[in-house]
Design a protein around this ligand. Structure first.
Ligand code: ADP
Ligand code: MG
Length: 337
């Protein structure tokens, strides 16, 4: 992803550099200062293999007065905790799937079956497989125990919403806009299999669960549904304190009820990813999108509390996060999640 952005913005007249974040935050900051960076295009999705630390990296930029593109650390933090994110969305009157935070396998919960069990603070479908959809108390208990054991964090148990899945990319420029809606097309998946974007469906290109979950953008939906999705996505973007760009994921029950599954404050912006599909459908070119994001960041730089003489310079830069997780390196693909 970083290379594509690098190529696009260099062609567009920006003077960019690629800066990988490895083990040392200090080295990264030193390089940013040496290069006299104007704007960091922040593509960090994890630090030391932990997605939970992506917000800390953004927080470090904020504390040091380094201007960067994308969501602020606070939005990255609250969106990472799915249960708390749900509470915030609900407080803003936005619909989500009913869910309970579970810290032990024998905890009694009042979610009807079928339910879905997932780690509360991961992303990219980590820990989400076909057997995450459970239909009886024994399977539920087993799955909860496994999540707690493997991820060392609470499990989130949600009502399983059987139905369509939509993604809405939100873009902030001088105004906030929702881009064309994308849908995961589950029609080629066997009826008996849970229709979800599991780990295999996102990351293993040759897997049948991958090939049977293509994304379609624009989604074949009518105007009223598009309008509802757009309104909810824009409201969710604001409720979670997002900035610049984000993607909001939905499920729709058979009764037409929409539920926000999550707000992704740092969505994949690779050329073959869901966010870019939406940009293309909206007629916005890749380089143009990044130009807009750089302009947003430069405007923020003019706000006095954001500036730091130390890092004020002429060269926009951008840094690349090394994907240290070997599994992610393989079959990297983005169908919307
Ligand atoms: N409550 C739910 N009802 C139906 N499907 C769900 C539900 N929660 C998650 N899923 C399925 O699992 C996928 C991943 O879940 P999500 O909460 O978005 O986690 P991640 O952050 O790992 O992407 C979703 O894209 C969807 O297909
Ligand atoms: Mg998701």
């Amino acid at each position: 992803m970083a290379e594509s952005i690098f190529a696009a913005i260099n062609d567009d007249g920006y003077n960019a550099a690629l800066l990988p974040l490895r083990e040392s935050l200090m080295s990264l900051v030193r390089r940013i200062k040496e290069l006299k960076v104007d704007v960091v295009i922040n593509l960090c999705e994890e630090f030391r293999g932990r997605p939970q630390l992506e917000a800390n990296v953004a927080g470090m930029f904020e504390a040091l007065g380094i201007t960067f593109t994308g969501c602020p650390s606070k939005a990255l933090t609250v969106c990472q905790d799915k249960f708390k994110a749900k509470a915030i969305l609900n407080a803003f009157g936005l619909p989500t799937a009913k869910g309970r935070l579970v810290t032990s396998a024998d905890q009694k919960i009042d979610i009807p079956f079928p339910a879905i069990v997932k780690p509360n603070q991961e992303d990219a479908s980590l820990g989400i497989f076909q057997d995450s959809v459970v239909r009886d108390p024994a399977s539920l208990q087993e799955k909860v125990a496994k999540i707690i054991d493997v991820y060392k964090e609470p499990a989130l148990v949600e009502e399983f919403i059987q139905g369509r899945e939509f993604n809405v990319a939100v873009l902030e420029t001088d105004r906030l806009q929702a881009l064309p809606v994308s849908e995961i097309d589950f029609s080629a998946m066997p009826e008996s299999a849970p229709h979800i974007c599991s780990y295999e469906a996102k990351w293993f290109e040759d897997h049948v669960l991958y090939t049977t979950t293509p994304a379609v953008c624009p989604a074949p939906i009518d105007d009223p549904l598009r309008e509802r999705l757009h309104q909810y996505a824009l409201a969710a973007f604001q409720a979670m304190g997002c900035r610049d760009y984000a993607r909001v994921d939905f499920r729709m029950g058979g009764d037409g009820r929409l539920a926000i599954l999550e707000v992704n404050p740092n969505p994949d912006t690779s050329l073959d990813a869901g966010y870019c599909r939406a940009l293309t459908a909206a007629g916005i070119e890749y380089a143009q999108f990044w130009g807009l994001m750089i302009e947003n960041a430069l405007r923020r730089k003019e706000e006095p509390w954001f500036s730091s003489d130390d890092v004020r310079i002429d060269t926009p830069i951008f840094w690349q996060q090394l994907l240290e997780n070997a599994v992610r390196k393989k079959g990297r693909r983005w169908s919307g999640q």
